[in-house]
Design a protein around this ligand. Structure first.
Ligand SMILES: Nc1ncnc2c1ncn2[C@@H]1O[C@H](COP(=O)(O)OP(=O)(O)OP(=O)(O)O)[C@@H](O)[C@H]1O
Length: 308
């Protein structure tokens, strides 16, 4: 049984469609107060998993509790404490932003002033009296987030919340979600296909690929997972390679230089420099390169894909 500090608990959660297993035996525990990012390529199973969390899609097998309550498609779930945004949010197109929010407010039994507050919080003040159908994609997304947040939920479940936002909007939403989690104890579960973005926001990342959860990692451990290599160039690379080989380092030629992933070399480039200077082959270039986050992500989810 999940404890009270568990916001989401899924055990062997599976959704099979006739042609594809969209989510395949996923075990997931999200702790209260975490910002958990589900990361995956298009078609990985993110939306299906999120729809199951919200009771919009019935799992084929597996069990699921949200805020300690079993999720069914009927009434009586944890929904009063949950805010959500799934794909491009729907709004009444002929109603204004404020009117749309007042409708949600009445359904959620919230006081009148919550609408003004959430409009301000989501930087929607200039658009409050614009019809929803005239909003840009980014502002429609903001309206969707406003609807999700209006009733001060304890858990936010967001499918691609940065979808359609420009870089300033992405940064704003990131700051907002960070503030909700750290200052107000809100648990945030979100999906994304952009590792660089979630790496700046999430406390934990789950990588989903072809319906299975391939890896979970704490974001602060991310640097330890990135591949590193030492790149060294000299005026005579074949001789340098021979010197390093004799000293026990395996190198490979790369673009006018030599590279090695040997941790002893990557951690101590000064040793390599000393060795080469003593052999009369001083380095003209010596750098440690760290894999970028996107390359790491692709390596995790699609090792068979051609990478640059
Ligand atoms: N209602 C459905 N009927 C049949 N197959 C479906 C259905 N919904 C999703 N799928 C399939 O399940 C798989 C996972 O889809 P899903 O939408 O969950 O992925 P996703 O990670 O959210 O992708 P994206 O980033 O493109 O939104 C895909 O192969 C998709 O075609």
């Amino acid at each position: 049984m999940p404890g009270t500090d568990t916001a989401i608990s899924a055990i062997s959660l599976t959704k099979r469609y006739p042609d594809v297993t969209a989510v395949d035996a996923v075990d997931l525990q999200v702790r209260a107060g975490e910002i958990y990012a589900l990361l995956g390529l298009n078609g990985a199973g993110k939306t299906t998993l999120i729809r199951m969390l919200l009771g919009m899609v019935r799992p084929t097998t597996g069990s699921l509790t949200v805020l300690g309550r079993p999720v069914g498609t009927g009434r009586g779930g944890p929904w009063a404490d949950v805010g959500y945004l799934v794909e491009t949010p729907a709004a009444y197109p002929e109603l204004t932003v404020a009117e749309n929010l007042h409708l949600v407010r009445r359904l959620r039994h919230q006081p009148h002033n919550t609408v003004g507050e959430v409009i301000e919080r989501l930087a929607l003040t200039p658009y409050a009296h614009r019809r929803a159908r005239t909003l840009s994609l980014g502002n429609a997304q903001r309206l969707g987030l406003a609807k999700a947040l209006l009733h001060h939920p304890r858990l936010l479940i967001l499918d691609e919340p940065s979808n359609g936002l420009d870089p300033a909007g992405v940064a704003e939403i990131r700051a907002l979600l960070h503030d909700l989690a750290t200052q107000h104890g809100v648990t945030v579960f979100l999906s994304s296909h952009i590792l660089t973005e979630v790496a700046r926001l999430a406390t934990r990342i789950g990588v989903i690929h072809q319906g299975t959860l391939r890896q979970e990692l704490d974001t602060d451990q991310l640097p330890h997972h990135l591949h590193r290599r030492l790149l060294v160039a000299t005026r005579d690379n074949p001789t340098a390679a021979a010197v390093l080989h004799t000293a026990g380092y395996r190198t490979e030629p790369h673009d006018g230089a030599l590279t090695t992933t040997d941790p002893a070399a990557v951690d101590r480039p000064d040793d390599i420099a000393t060795l080469l200077v003593r052999a009369g082959c001083p380095p003209t270039r010596l750098t440690v390169e760290t894999e970028d986050l996107e390359t790491y992500f692709l390596r995790l989810v699609a090792p068979d894909r051609n990478q640059p």
